[in-house]
Structure formats: C-alpha cells, structure tokens
Design a protein around this ligand. Structure first.
Ligand SMILES: Cc1cc2nc3c(=O)[nH]c(=O)nc-3n(C[C@H](O)[C@H](O)[C@H](O)COP(=O)(O)OP(=O)(O)OC[C@H]3O[C@@H](n4cnc5c(N)ncnc54)[C@H](O)[C@@H]3O)c2cc1C
Length: 439
C-alpha cells in the first residue's frame, strides 16, 4: 500500500488507500481483493485531477504509477507503446533526445499516460491537434474478471470511445500505443503580447492562432471597468534547430501544508497587477525552454499546498464560439465583483477537431480556468452564479477539475453519459460519478 493519496485540490478531503501495482498481474489481483471486500475500486494515476473524479467511492484505489515502463518504440515512425502509469515527463525524457515529442500535453508534465487518456486532456494546441485521445492508436483495457481487451478504432471501438475521456470507469488501461510528433528542438520560439480588454483577446486569437502551434492567454481576473479582461497573449512554435533535451527536475518545493491559505484578496491583487506590469506593452519575441513554456507551475513541486488545509477548487468551463464573448465577459464581471480569484486565470481557444472520446470536455469555443481557495461561500454564492452563465451560454464544466457541478448540469451538458454508464465496469466507481449520476 502507498501513503494516503489525494486529489490535486485536496477538496473534497477524502484520503485514498493506494494498492500499488508494479505489474499488470497486480492490477487484477488487487482489484479482485478490493472488490471482494468493498465492492468497487478505481484506477488512480498521479492525482493531478483537482476534484473528486480520481477518488474511489470506497476510497480504495489501484495506484498505477508503478507501471512505468516502455514496452516498444518505433523511432522511424514515432510510435511508442508504454505502460499506463508512466508520466508524460518520463515519456519525453526518452523520446525528446531522439527528436519526438508528445502531440498534446496539458499544463503539467506529471500526469500519467492512463490519466491523460481517461480525462482526454487538451493542451495549448487544441486548435491544431485536438485532444490527447486523438493520438492514441490502441490500448490494453483490463475489465473485472475478463482477459485484457485490446481497444482501437477497429477493435472494440465502443470501448475505445468510452474509455477516452471515460474517467477511469470502463476498465483499467494497462498499456497504450501513442503517435508522436517530430521536433527539431526542445526550445520554443515564443511571442508575447499584452492586451487591454477581452475583445482584444478575441481579435488576437482570430488573427494569430492559425499561424502557431501553441496559443494561450493569461488574464487578470480581478481587473474591473475598462480594464476588465486585460491579459497577456502567448503563442509559440517548436524552434527549427537547437538542443533536444528534456527538462531538469525542479529543486523548489513547498515543504508543508500551512494551516491557512496563503492566497487571499490582497496577495491576489498584488500578484495580478505585478504579473500584468511584468510584461512589456510592446510585442516581444524570444526563445524559451519547453519547461517554462508548457509547465510554469511545475517549477515549484507541491505548489497546491499554498492553499492550506482546506484546499482549493478549480473552475474550468468551455463556452461555444457564438456565445463565448458575452459569457466570458459576464463570468469575469461576476468574479471580479466577488473579489475572489486566481493567480493564474487561463483562456484557451478550443478548435474543431472532434475527439474520438464519448465524454471529452472541449467544444469548439473558448475555455476559461481559475483556481479559488476553498471556502463555504464558493459553492453557496459564486459557483451557482458562474454555473448559470455557463448554462445559458451552452457551455460545460471539466470533470477533471470539478468538485461541485450539479448532476443535472452534468447530465445535460454531457448527454452521452448514459452510453458510458452502459459500458462501465461494475467493479469501478468514483465519488464524482456517484455524485453526478445520482438522480
Ligand atoms: C498544474 C496542472 C495543470 C493542468 N493542466 C491541464 C491542461 O492544460 N489540460 C487538461 O486537460 N488538464 C490539465 N490538468 C488536469 C490533468 O491533466 C488531468 O486531471 C489528468 O487526467 C491527471 O492525470 P493523472 O495521471 O494524475 O490521473 P489522476 O488524476 O490520478 O486520475 C485521473 C482519471 O484517470 C483515471 N485513470 C488514471 N489512471 C488510469 C488507468 N491506468 N486506466 C484507466 N483510468 C485511469 C482515474 O480513475 C481518474 O478518473 C492539469 C492539472 C494540473 C495539476
């Protein structure tokens, strides 16, 4: 067994007992024992989901991190077959020196391959490459009491679609085959532009996204009046030449969880104002390492501890294209008026590429993500107001980040949830699924 495991936001607080799997045979053995004694379990990758989607209903999880090996690699065509508990950082430590990179990466390199498939994660290039699941060719899926099933677009296509974005409920992914992209350098050519209001973000995104592999914007969520929606727009592309090295692990870490949150209205105002001013008004171009470009937050290990023992919640929504401008303006107005907000509020445009996954989160439109220190008022006052705006705009929330969405909102915004339920492995159940499917 491993030490008690949590979700990234540590809210809800529900410590999990991890049954460590080092070999594929451990998965079936541990699952068999847990199911016999408790009734159900859930695979757990590296706990980078914020809310309760990685927490087992019984608090007994299959801890997959020990399954972290390469099974096969084709360095000519850029295909790798890896065990599901390997992290993205461990994958590109091997592939990058050979000139291959992952086609899609989220904002942290510490997620496992299984977790990336189960949440069908997206990155700064959704407008060009879609989600992680779009680049998965095949995987081995272990369902309770059955031989491992190989799933692809041709073999068991129903289970393939249900498992991508399937929140770990259709079976345990034990290995996966992924297609990589060729790169000539691990460095990124970056262009940074400040913008003064939300309308400028939309103009920049419309003008620039098509020309760049990566595009993202940071936004000052506390700015009001004419400054509302001001931010920093960042685009990037892999450099055409240069070193091909994976990042050096961070030496900085938050050593312990303080009893109270270090994030409050004052520290947020100072940070947001300082971050805005730190970027020059004129457009700048530079070349930067992949680590600070893709994973700025990974520089400080265990940074989630700054939120104290009560933890924090992320609010990530996506609003379809037509409604995005008005709905995002309204969301930012309500957040700024509440005085509650986030260090890093991120805007990303999601593109048209349709995921093979049944319950994939992105829609063509714009996604907004913010972190809030947990407090009782969030769920009583702020989140219901934000949810109403998202609902009216035809948007939805991201299960990987969620700890509060109502069952009704989930079932309306993910209408294919019943198809997943029909294919769910009865031995697997999360706190999230129990919460949002209870009628
Ligand atoms: C700093 C930070 C930035 C992030 N940025 C982004 C982003 O830009 N885009 C984005 O999409 N997400 C982002 N995320 C969320 C994160 O990418 C996802 O939550 C990811 O799925 C977590 O992977 P994990 O390995 O930690 O899995 P966990 O969080 O442990 O589990 C996630 C889900 O995967 C299931 N699962 C895990 N392993 C397996 C397996 N072997 N077989 C079947 N199911 C399995 C679990 O049951 C659970 O439902 C971010 C998270 C953090 C902390």
């Amino acid at each position: 067994m491993s030490r008690a495991l949590h979700s990234w936001g540590c809210y809800p607080y529900a410590p999990q007992t991890g049954h460590v799997c080092h070999w594929q045979s451990d998965v079936a053995a541990h699952a068999g024992n847990i199911v016999r004694l408790r009734g159900s379990t859930l695979p757990y990758g590296n706990g980078r989901s914020y809310g309760d989607s990685c927490l087992a209903f019984t608090s007994q999880v299959l801890h997959m991190r020990g399954l972290d090996r390469f099974i096969q690699a084709d360095w000519v065509n850029g295909l790798v077959c890896v065990e599901a508990g390997i992290t993205l950082a461990e994958i590109f430590a091997i592939t990058l020196p050979r000139g291959w990179f992952l086609p899609v990466t989220p904002g942290t390199q510490f997620v496992t391959c299984g977790g990336a498939i189960a949440n069908d994660v997206h990155g700064k290039n959704h407008h060009r490459r879609g989600t992680f699941g779009a680049h998965v060719l095949r995987f081995g899926l272990m369902r309770h009491g059955v031989e491992t099933v190989i799933c692809s677009r041709d073999e068991h296509p129903d289970l393939f679609a249900a498992t991508i974005g399937g929140l770990g409920l259709t079976g345990v992914i034990v290995w996966a085959e992924i297609r990589l992209i060729p790169v000539r350098s691990s460095q990124i050519e970056r262009t940074v532009m400040r913008f003064g209001e939300l309308a400028e973000f939309f103009a920049l995104s419309a003008e620039r996204d098509a020309h760049h592999e990566y595009s993202v914007a940071w936004i000052d969520c506390l700015a009001k009046g004419r400054r509302r929606g001001r931010g920093v727009f960042i685009v990037g592309d892999h450099a055409q030449e240069g070193e091909l090295t994976a990042a050096v692990p961070s030496r900085w870490y938050m050593p312990a969880t303080p009893p109270f949150s270090m994030v409050n209205e004052l520290s947020l105002r100072v940070f947001n104002e300082g971050y805005w001013r730190a970027h020059p008004a004129r457009r700048t171009r530079d070349r930067i390492g992949m680590q600070p470009f893709f994973y700025p937050l990974d520089r400080i290990l265990h940074w989630n501890r700054i939120y104290g023992r009560r933890g924090f919640q992320q609010y990530q929504c996506v609003i379809p294209e037509g409604a995005a401008k008005d709905a995002l303006g309204e969301l930012l107005r309500v957040i700024a008026d509440s005085g509650q907000g986030s260090f890093l509020s991120v805007l990303k445009r999601c593109g048209e590429i349709v995921s093979p996954g049944l319950l994939s989160f992105p829609l063509p439109g714009v996604s907004l993500a913010l972190d809030f220190p947990h407090n009782a008022r969030l769920e009583l006052e702020l989140f219901p107001r934000l949810d109403a705006i998202v609902r009216a705009g035809g948007g939805r929330l991201y299960p990987a980040k969620d700890a509060h969405m109502s069952g009704k909102d989930f079932r309306c915004s993910y209408p294919r949830w019943e198809q997943l339920e029909a294919l769910r492995d009865p031995a697997l159940m999360s706190r999230f699924w129990k919460r949002v499917t209870a009628v």
